[in-house]
Design a protein around this ligand. Structure first.
Ligand SMILES: CC/C=C\CC(=O)SCCNC(=O)CCNC(=O)[C@H](O)C(C)(C)COP(=O)(O)OP(=O)(O)OC[C@H]1O[C@@H](n2cnc3c(N)ncnc32)[C@H](O)[C@@H]1OP(=O)(O)O
Length: 719
């Protein structure tokens, strides 16, 4: 709602009240319409200030309302009425003015911001555009290039940048409402014509066509199939080329296409899912709101390879004191140099001093004795990790949390090496660990809720999206990756090339196709795991039995490449070729194509034409099927957890919402039907067998994703 008071004799003060961010819900919009009318019709009121309660101006339209039938007064006429007012209206911007909130402020005649406020039009990240006049007013106010930047990226600007750009008229370090009231008193007699942004023309850019062509090219390159950034450019073009009223029509038209697009739904789902994963729960009933995290003052990292270095940087950047341990002196010195470099570069980017002093380096495990939390990041080898956990149990002070960065190994087995298994938890970071936003927090059967809460909170402090998951081989992310990759190999056997598979996945929106990704992360990683699992060893890839392992279809293609030292980028060849070891630009490799032909001939396989649809269905639907198994097994609490893991850790296109959301968009019946079809064609691939939960969901009428938990509960209770 909105409250009205008269202050300083003649200033009408309208204050938005809708905690936590004063979103413009129907009630708030109605409140604004009513209070503005009251202020304008009150002869004692000579000017008006609009502010938000609790230190926040406005977080924009109420996103929760987007999926519902809209009620209450619409934003556009409401903002027009404010702009058309004959009394000066001043926006007092504290905290945030985002989306519809900033558009409301742009309808006011003046804007005063607190120095700590942030402003922006982030609609693009929700699959929308600023359709309450934002695409038409902002370019008129600050020019086309700056408006294009803000609207297509959705980035927030500080008050200082907003002042420089001309979005706000004044910045204050003091009480913003007091400053705005004072300002409103000083302008009460001023003419308002020039202050109505919609009256103004866009400052003409020098080469309009080149500017918009460049902008369009840029968004098409970075958007990976997202439609909103393209519509944003089109809407700003309308501002630059059309009178205001026509521009508003164009804005409305473009918004209508976006609003009904699946992408907007997916992106809005991601917005809420990202927040929902913070409200974690465990099968024991322990929850985020009943488990209190422990304070962590000092952390330690054991093993300073790529992962350990990144984790050290991420911890130090939160302000924690970190002991970094690597037993070999030479590697320790190399790691110290690398970590210091990363800290310096990070600090430079953020315009702060590097926190080099927070990290101490040591060859001796004894140095972690007084740490509150230790993260083990040694080589992915169970025996080695077990040894480290045994040593840590002897060295650490009582109560120290013991965390492992394993990407797949059994947390319970590691926990059993310590006298206090309740203190053990997985913290699975993604490389590079100081950059990637995802953290899988893996609880074992005996991890205490307090320990999980501590790991989740630490992840949040590091700026990560932390997702709590249960313990199983590969946890959530890597467990689902296995059938996805396996199917990519089968597709090569059946007639595809790495280029074809990658192109289908990249056109779908993945940052990188499965083979390019495999070359980047190194083929040897998976090879080592398969060898440990008894699935691969030299010579096994020959003969008729080569394509059957443990009673099911197996593709030895990746093993065969590894046997020839084709480990990907690091060796300059893998699924693609590179100009040198460590090279990054992939090129199709004629050697690989002949190798595939020979391989198929040797095994009596006849290559057939594979299209993009088959690639997507076989790779993605098997991955999705495994996601349903994960839900059934209780490894993830809900589909949002899986989706956020894939969006933040595996390059799944955000505008497609994550694999489970995507399954809902495709239609669960369709996913089930295609899995059944492929399973019939490939009965030796168990991953293709539709899982029980998927069948149950379809049998329950394919409910929307937010209602899956009800069915999941029933299925779990029957297992
Ligand atoms: C005609 C169309 C015109 C206009 C279109 C729009 O205005 S679209 C909306 C544009 N605004 C945004 O995109 C802002 C979205 N919100 C945020 O980016 C952040 O929430 C924000 C405001 C920066 C605050 O971040 P913080 O980390 O402090 O808190 P958190 O994100 O956890 O949010 C707290 C709770 O508020 C809910 N919420 C935030 N913004 C909105 C919103 N615009 N509508 C509805 N709800 C919103 C958020 O979900 C959190 O809720 P909770 O239940 O606690 O999880």
């Amino acid at each position: 709602m909105a409250q009205f008071t008269r202050v300083s004799g003649s200033v009408g003060l309208i204050s938005l009240k809708n905690p936590p961010v004063n979103a413009l819900s129907a009630v708030v919009r109605q409140g604004i319409v009513d209070t503005v009318q009251r202020a304008l019709s009150d002869p004692k009121v000579k000017s008006v200030v609009i502010c938000g309660q609790n230190g926040i101006f406005c977080g924009g339209a109420d996103i929760k309302e987007f999926g519902t039938a809209m009620s209450g007064p619409p934003l556009v006429p409401m903002i027009h009425a404010i702009e058309a007012a004959e009394k000066p209206v001043v926006a007092a911007i504290e905290g945030l003015a985002l989306g519809g909130g900033l558009e409301l402020a742009l309808g006011c005649h003046y804007r005063i911001a607190h120095s700590k406020a942030r402003l922006g039009l982030p609609e693009v990240s929700l699959g929308l555009l600023p359709a309450a006049g934002g695409t038409q007013r902002l370019p008129r106010l600050i020019g086309v290039p700056a408006a294009l930047d803000l609207i297509t990226t959705g980035r927030h600007v500080t008050a200082a940048e907003a002042l420089k750009l001309g979005i706000v008229d004044q910045v204050t370090d003091h009480n913003t409402v007091d400053a705005a009231v004072k300002f409103a008193l000083s302008v009460r007699e001023h003419s308002l014509n020039a202050r109505r942004i919609s009256n103004n023309l866009c400052p003409p850019p020098s080469d309009l066509d080149a500017l918009f062509e460049g902008a369009m090219q840029k968004v098409r390159q970075t958007a990976r199939g997202a439609v909103a950034p393209v519509a944003c450019v089109q809407a700003v073009r309308a501002a630059a080329t059309m009178p205001y009223t026509q521009g508003m029509e164009r804005e409305k038209e473009l918004m209508a296409t976006l609003f009904t697009s699946g992408q907007a739904r997916a992106l809005q789902y991601c917005f809420f899912a990202q927040r929902a994963v913070g409200r974690w729960s465990m099968p024991s009933g322990a929850r985020w709101d009943t488990s209190k995290p422990r304070p962590i003052h000092k952390a330690a990292v054991i093993g300073l390879g790529t992962m350990g270095r990144g984790i050290t940087v991420a911890l130090a950047q939160t302000g924690l004191s970190v002991v970094a341990v690597e037993t070999q002196e030479k590697q320790l010195m190399e790691a110290k140099q690398a970590v210091s470099g990363m800290l310096k570069r990070g600090a430079k980017r953020r315009g702060v001093a590097p926190v080099l002093d927070l990290v101490s380096y040591n060859c001796n495990l004894q140095a972690v004795a007084d740490a509150d939390l230790v993260i083990e990041a040694v080589f992915e080898d169970m025996d080695l990790k077990k040894k480290v956990f045994q040593q840590l149990s002897a060295v650490c002070k009582p109560g120290t949390l013991l965390c492992t960065n394993t990407s797949a190994l059994d947390i319970d087995h590691l926990a059993s090496q310590t006298p206090n298994p309740e203190l053990v938890v997985g913290m699975h970071f993604f490389a590079p660990a100081h950059v990637m936003k995802l953290l899988e927090v893996v609880y074992g059967s005996r991890s205490s809720p307090q320990v999980v809460a501590t790991a989740m909170q630490l992840g949040k402090k590091m700026g990560k999206v932390s997702v709590a998951v249960g313990n199983c081989r590969g946890f959530v992310g890597n467990r689902m990756l296995k059938p996805y990759m396996e199917h990519a190999f089968f597709l090569l056997e059946d007639g595809a090339t790495p280029e074809l598979v990658d192109q289908a996945l990249e056109e779908f929106g993945f940052a990188m196709g499965v083979f390019r990704m495999s070359d980047l992360s190194g083929l040897d990683v998976g090879w080592r795991v398969r060898k440990e699992d008894g699935l691969a060893h030299p010579g096994m890839a020959l003969g008729q039995a080569a394509r059957v392992r443990q009673g099911r279809r197996y593709s030895p293609l990746a093993d065969l490449l590894c046997e020839q030292d084709r480990f990907g980028q690091k060796t300059g060849m893998g699924w693609y070729q590179y100009d040198k070891p460590g090279g990054r630009v992939s090129r199709p490799d004629p050697w690989l194509h002949s190798f595939l032909e020979e391989y198929r001939a040797r095994h009596g396989l006849v290559a057939r034409r594979i299209d993009h649809q088959e690639v997507l269905e076989r790779c993605l639907y098997t991955m999705i099927n495994e996601g349903f198994r994960i839900l059934e097994d209780g490894i993830a609490a809900g589909p949002e957890d899986i989706d956020m893991i894939y969006v933040f850790g595996y390059g799944w296109p955000r505008h497609r919402g994550g694999p489970m959301f995507y399954a809902g968009m495709v239609g669960l019946e369709r996913v089930l039907e295609r899995l059944e079809h492929y399973h019939q064609a490939h009965p030796d691939v168990p991953y293709l067998q539709p899982c029980n939960l998927l069948r149950r969901l379809v049998a329950s009428g394919s409910p929307p994703i937010h209602r899956w938990r009800e069915v999941i509960k029933k299925v779990r209770s029957q297992l």
